[in-house]
Design a protein around this ligand. Structure first.
Ligand code: ADP
Ligand code: ZN
Length: 824
């Protein structure tokens, strides 16, 4: 009987939409199952790691299938649920499954293809006429089996050893090959135990001690070891392993331990340990207030009619405690929980609170973790060790297989949206999709729900639960709006501060409380200008002015990251009068420190939080009142919970309000209310000072009264009138090219074709405010899809086809077309 040939369809991490079919070698037939990683040759020289999606007997029609090279896993690392999810995300966000896979899998589970060099066994090393460096290299190769390219660079001292290697390879002296190696390495610890023949055998032990009479250090080490065993274990269980580190800590010398191992008195073993310490300490019980209990009951009842519940509770209403109560129900039913947060800054506080209740059932997943740490969480979810995961947006990709609940805290946050690279997904919306795949329930929590979510709650698609009061009788903060236009006329501004704000800060500090000052612009000053001619230095690659950073005396482009030193003289007129203009957080920090010399001031923005634990350090220090005034960008607006904040100041609300984007009002309202929410505690009313030149603006009024409903209904009218979300879905198409005319022409051509072919509204083409970034000109088209009627899936397909077609044309061959579905 003929044996069947088996093929596997793979998802490979390349930007091509199709599955790739490879042949399964006979000897791997039993090993290759859906969800395992395999290594395959791709193109001429590359090896790639892919995920097996399905196995079948159909040979591909258009190409000869190549063989799978290797299998990396014994069991699936990607679940069928994940593959469904990856496919959904790819099609919804107009990306390829490979791109999604790349975003989904932690780098530690990917594979690096490393190149190796080996001496050609046939090479004759005698009488070679080569440089000393090369001879040295060859002799080193002679002594070792193989070397990595990296090592070669070190030996030859060349930046790029490739030329040398090619030369040697051509001469037949070395062989170059690629070996695929796993990146993830588990963390191990060394353990020591007594040799089996000695354990529990006092006679043998005594004899052993006698043999050590001349080696006091070894005697000491053995004694130390026995003492540790006795302290830790049952007397009978002398095979107990003790960490080698503990032994070293008890002053046994490493050399002595090694000698004892050599003599067969002690034995050493290696154990894989977790990178995350053990949290199984005493767990805390939370008692809900009557209002919180009512909310829990309402949420559970809400789940009877809809899978998604919007929990709209004012800042400080204790939403976290409500989540925790419901999480307990879900855990009792043995289901998994995903708890999403918009920003790493928030994880520390929330994780502390959750750990106190759920102990080590909780895994944390975010981008500040090392690869190895992330792989460990991934595998912890697979193995069932972690039933709860708290994480930022990428945690929606973890290998859940029985999710029961997804919590999306601060659901209004736009940092849930991934900008670049593809897939440009919105983690809230994707998580709702993920939940529906698992038939899991979703809680969206916010004090300022997004227009979209509130709209869906209005229309009955979501249930809604509201909490109007803060926990523990804490009052809502008092909001004072300050008219800086008038203050300027009255000469009552000093720098960016009105007299009222300054008085407020002073009073707050006098009463021993802390202050948060919010300015949504990092750096020292938004730009520099020449005092003589008004010239403003711009980025040479982007159509945007450079931001002045005092730290390091640099001008930095916030679009491409380019840095230059600050010019002494104006490039345009030569006058030596370049001055920073405007106010960034760095300058704000400086001014505050000058005005309040006795206060401790710190800053939190992108620039001060680049290292792994910097967020935590700033937030912890602030929570412990090690400093008084926290200055920062929108990072300080997030749902942080401090006890001692008496005043929150928004230095310039207009920056938020007048940003040219249809969401600017929504954002300004949300940020102002959120940052205000950081003020106030049990015994005192918190104060909020908002400075604006636009006192009469309706949004300013709504913020002043903390009136979400007024804001929402006004804004909804606006959105309806201009056919913006939530009434439509939008897709932004960005066209980029080095030549401005080609960019415009491509955009116009695309617009014409799309208008003719599709029943959609198209805005543009237009150049965005910043129309050149990294030397590429930009044009945008905005597509508006009606919520009902047209099939978004078909339209997206058609958009992709049109984009492909246009790129086939000679003139447009090198344009780039980027789709952003539901752009933020
Ligand atoms: P929100 O997320 O709604 O803004 P939090 O969950 O941060 O509010 O709660 C605000 C504060 O009230 C926190 O310090 C929290 O520990 C406290 N708190 C809320 N509910 C309870 C409760 N049931 N028991 C004790 N403390 C609570
Ligand atoms: Zn730039």
């Amino acid at each position: 009987m003929m044996r069947k040939t088996l093929f596997a369809d793979l998802i490979l991490p390349v930007p091509i939409a199709n599955r790739f079919t490879y042949r399964i070698p006979r000897e791997m037939e039993s090993l290759i199952i859906p969800g395992v990683r395999v290594v395959v040759p791709f193109g001429k020289r590359r090896m790639l790691t892919g995920i097996v999606d399905s196995i079948h007997e159909k040979a591909p029609v258009h190409y000869e299938a190549r063989y799978i090279y290797d299998v990396l896993d014994e069991s699936a690392v990607v679940t069928p649920h994940q593959i469904t999810f990856i496919d959904w995300m790819a099609s919804y966000y107009m990306a390829t499954p490979g791109e999604v896979l790349n975003a989904a899998i932690p780098a530690g589970l990917k594979i690096s293809t490393e190149s190796y060099v080996q001496l050609n066994p046939q090479a004759d090393l005698d009488e070679l006429d080569e440089s000393d460096t090369i001879l040295d290299l060859l002799h080193q190769l002679e002594q070792r089996e193989s070397l990595r390219y990296e090592d070669i660079k070190e030996i030859t001292g060349e930046k790029d050893a490739f030329k040398t290697l090619q030369y040697l390879s051509k001469k037949g002296l070395v062989i170059l090959y690629e070996e695929v190696r796993e990146r993830y390495s588990p963390k191990t610890e060394k353990y020591i135990h007594l040799a089996t023949h000695l354990a529990g055998n006092d006679k043998a032990l005594n004899e052993t001690f006698e043999t050590l009479a001349r080696a006091p250090k070894q005697e000491d080490a053995l004694l130390a070891c026995l003492q540790l065993i006795k302290r830790d274990a049952d007397l009978s269980d002398q095979l107990q392993r003790i960490p080698k580190k503990a032994l070293l800590d008890s002053n046994a010398s490493a050399a002595a331990i090694q000698a004892l191992i050599k003599k067969g008195i002690l034995e050493e073993s290696e154990v894989i340990v977790s990178r995350f310490s053990d949290y199984s300490r005493e767990l805390k019980q939370v008692t809900l207030s009557p209002e919180q209990q009512k909310a829990v009951d309402q949420i559970i009842r809400g789940f009877d009619s809809t899978d998604v519940v919007l929990l709209h509770g004012v800042t400080g209403s204790g939403k976290t405690e409500i989540y925790m109560d419901i999480m307990q129900h879900v855990l009792d039913n043995d289901m998994q929980i995903l708890y999403l947060l918009p920003e790493i800054a928030l994880t520390t506080q929330i994780v502390q609170r959750l750990r106190a209740v759920f102990g080590d059932k909780l895994g944390v997943y975010h981008s500040r973790y090392s690869d190895n740490e992330r792989v460990e969480v991934w595998q912890g979810v697979l193995s069932g060790r972690y039933q709860i995961v708290v994480g930022v947006r990428s945690s929606i990709f973890l290998p859940f297989d029985h999710l029961g609940l997804v919590i999306i805290d601060e659901e209004h946050e736009h940092s849930y949206k991934q900008y670049d690279p593809a897939p440009r997904y919105h983690a809230r919306d994707a998580a709702i999709m993920l939940a529906s795949q698992h038939k899991a329930r979703v809680i969206l929590g916010s004090a300022t729900p997004s227009m979209e979510s509130n709209y869906l709650a209005d229309s009955g698609k979501y249930s809604r639960v509201r909490l109007e009061n803060r926990f523990g009788d804490v009052s809502m903060p008092e909001i004072n709006v300050i008219d800086t236009l008038r203050k300027t006329a009255q000469k009552k501004m000093s720098g960016p501060f009105s007299d009222e704000l300054l008085e407020g800060i002073q009073k707050t500090m006098d009463s021993g409380q802390q202050v948060i000052l919010f300015q949504n612009r990092r750096g020292y000053a938004p730009y520099m200008a020449c005092h003589q001619c008004g010239h403003i230095p711009h980025c040479s690659q982007c159509a945007v002015s450079l931001t002045y950073h005092q730290y390091g005396e640099k001008l930095i482009c916030h679009y491409c990251g380019m840095r230059e030193s600050v010019p002494i003289a104006c490039d345009s007129c030569g006058a030596k009068e370049m001055k920073p203009v405007g106010l960034g957080t760095e300058k704000l920090e400086e001014e505050v420190a000058l005005l309040f010399p006795e206060a401790g001031v710190r800053r939190m923005d992108l620039d001060t939080t680049r290292t792994k634990n910097s967020y935590e350090r700033i937030l912890n220090d602030f929570a412990e009142h090690q400093f008084d005034i926290l200055v920062g960008t929108q990072m300080v607006t997030k749902g942080l919970d401090f006890g001692g904040v008496g005043l929150v100041g928004i230095i310039d609300l207009d920056l938020l309000l007048h940003y040219p984007d249809f969401r600017s009002h929504e954002r300004a309202f949300q940020m102002a209310i959120q940052v205000s929410g950081r003020a106030g505690r049990r015994d005192t009313v918190g104060n909020v000072f908002i400075q604006t030149r636009d006192l009469k603006h309706p949004v300013v009024q709504q913020i002043m009264h903390g009136n979400y409903d007024a804001f929402y209904s006004n804004e909804l009218e606006e959105r309806k009138e201009h056919a913006y979300p939530p009434f439509t879905r939008m897709i932004r198409i960005t066209i980029k090219h080095k030549d401005r005319n080609i960019t415009r022409e491509a955009a116009q051509t695309l617009e014409r074709r799309l208008s003719a072919a599709l029943p959609v509204r198209i805005l543009g083409p237009q150049e965005p405010l910043v129309n050149r970034v990294r030397n590429e000109y930009i044009n945008e088209l905005w597509i508006k899809l009606e919520r009902k009627g047209t099939s978004p899936a078909l339209i997206k397909k058609s958009l992709l086809n049109h984009a492909d077609n246009i790129k086939q044309e000679k003139l447009f061959r090198s344009i780039r077309i980027i789709f952003n579905v539901d752009p933020y």
